[in-house]
Design a protein around this ligand. Structure first.
Ligand code: BG6
Length: 458
């Protein structure tokens, strides 16, 4: 809703745009509008709600009542849309995943999914899309009974983030990076999504999901695909998604033994005391995995992915560690000058890209120090980029699925994490194994140390 409001305030929504919400509690349009007013005011991040603009936006918000399990709800939605003379429809499912199938079937029965007379009908489905490979396949089949694949927009908000999109520009609009973007020059890659927050009242959801499902299967694998995919032959939705899908399919499927070597679970002290979390919970609030991508570009280059709640810093970034110079011509390096060439794509909170390299310190002798070339979004463009949901919702309305996850991509990413899910489902972990405010469990450090690597904990 904040994203829609922002789009409206920039006059980027199509004429006649309106939102029809649904509620179990018989909320009137007026009440819905005032609830949305308060919610948008609360969640707008960097500018206050404009009370002059609000009434124009709010007058197009409506609410119908009913239960997802009750067919009548879909009839009421159809009737409301009819009254409002709406033909192009985007259904947006930010509901508990257990309702996805029921809602899709209900929309189908009410004939709301059929595209006719040049009217489009699309559906945006929030994550999690399934809870494992099998359930994701079943869900794909169920949605396909009603909507065709081109009508389905599976959202992964990480793909809408400006810096994630910028990876494509950085890699494919410039000629100088692709030649070194491979196993001959890259030593390893680290992708970190660290949060300082805990589960923030979502204990019930999180207890069932865990960090691997919540962040790695979706967001971090999509980021991996973007950073590692082959150059698409054209910038059109299917060509770009083909390359993302191909990359996801190239991730090595681990055996149970390999999972024990290449995946670490953690749980912060205090998680078991969160609301709706059992006192003996074996759900991970931290996950780190070492992936291998089995293709000619990346064979032998580890991709380390990690994410966790209640870590020391809120930071999401990608660090590409390049190989060292073949010769230590200036004498042995200090720890500070070891492995100098690092390219960091900063996704949040700051957005930008930096390249670290060694430089001569001023003065006599050849003393070296790492320095960095920095690109910072704010400094270069001076304006706030759109929030991920602004980009994504507008794309869905415009019929551009480039940044949405296709059926084969969602299945490939579940396939990649499935052996870890299987192995962890029966493991008795020694939880809690990390303190809130730390960088996670020591096993994650050991996993990298075994390969002579170290996490960047800036
Ligand atoms: C969501 C997860 O998809 O992404 C949350 O369910 C997580 O657990 C969030 O906190 C992180 O998103 P962002 O954009 O704040 O990095």
């Amino acid at each position: 809703m904040p994203s829609l409001y922002r789009l409206a305030s920039q006059r980027r929504l199509p004429p006649g745009f309106c939102v029809v919400g649904t509620s179990r509690d018989g909320i009137s349009d007026q009440r819905f509008r005032s609830m949305m007013h308060d919610a948008v005011a609360q969640f707008l991040e960097d500018s206050p709600l404009d009370e002059q603009l609000w009434p124009d936006f709010a007058r197009n918000l409506y609410c119908v009542s009913g239960d997802f399990n009750d067919r009548q709800l879909y009839g009421s939605i159809a009737q409301k849309l009819d009254e409002l003379k709406q033909r192009n429809l985007l259904f947006y499912l930010a509901t508990p995943p257990s309702f996805f199938e029921t809602i899709v079937a209900g929309l189908g029965e009410a004939n709301l999914a059929r595209e006719e007379d040049h009217a489009w009908r699309r559906i945006v489905i929030e994550k999690p899309f399934g809870r494992d490979l099998e359930s994701a396949r079943c869900l794909n089949q169920a949605v396909h009974r009603v909507f065709a694949e081109p009508q389905i927009y599976r959202i992964d908000h990480y793909l809408g983030k400006e810096t994630v999109q910028n990876i494509l520009a950085f890699r494919f609009a410039n000629g100088i990076f692709e030649p070194v973007w491979n196993r001959r020059f890259v030593n390893h890659v680290q992708i970190t999504a660290a949060e300082t927050i805990g589960v923030e009242g979502r204990g019930g959801y999180y207890q069932e999901a865990g960090a691997l499902r919540d962040m790695i299967q979706s967001h971090l694998l999509q980021v991996t695909a973007t950073i590692a995919m082959e150059p698409p032959a054209a910038f059109d939705p299917e060509t770009v998604r083909d390359e993302r899908a191909r990359l996801l399919r190239a991730i090595k499927i681990m055996t149970a033994d390999e999972v024990r070597e290449n995946a670490v679970a953690g749980q912060y002290r205090g998680f078991r005391q969160e609301k709706d979390v059992p006192p003996d919970s074996m759900t991970e609030t931290y996950a780190a995995v070492a992936l291998q991508i089995e293709n000619w570009r990346w064979a032998g280059v580890p991709f380390y992915l990690r994410t966790g709640k209640k870590l020391m810093r809120h930071v999401t970034d990608i660090a590409i560690q390049f190989n060292d110079a073949p010769l230590a011509m200036f004498g042995p390096g200090t720890a500070e000058t070891a492995h100098p060439n690092l390219l960091i794509v900063r996704i949040q909170p700051e957005e930008g890209i930096s390249l670290r390299f060694l430089s001569k310190q001023p003065g006599s002798g050849m003393r070296l120090r790492p320095v960095s070339m920095d690109f910072n979004y704010g400094a270069s463009f001076g304006e706030r980029g759109p929030a991920a949901y602004e980009t994504l919702l507008l794309d869905a309305m415009a019929g551009d699925p480039t940044l949405y996850t296709r059926e084969d991509m969602v299945e490939a990413s579940w396939r990649a994490v499935q052996p870890i899910l299987d192995e962890w489902s029966h493991r008795k972990f020694d939880f809690p194994n990390y303190e809130p405010g730390s960088w996670g469990p020591k096993e994650a450090d050991q996993m990298l140390a075994r390969r002579g690597h170290q996490w960047r904990n800036s």
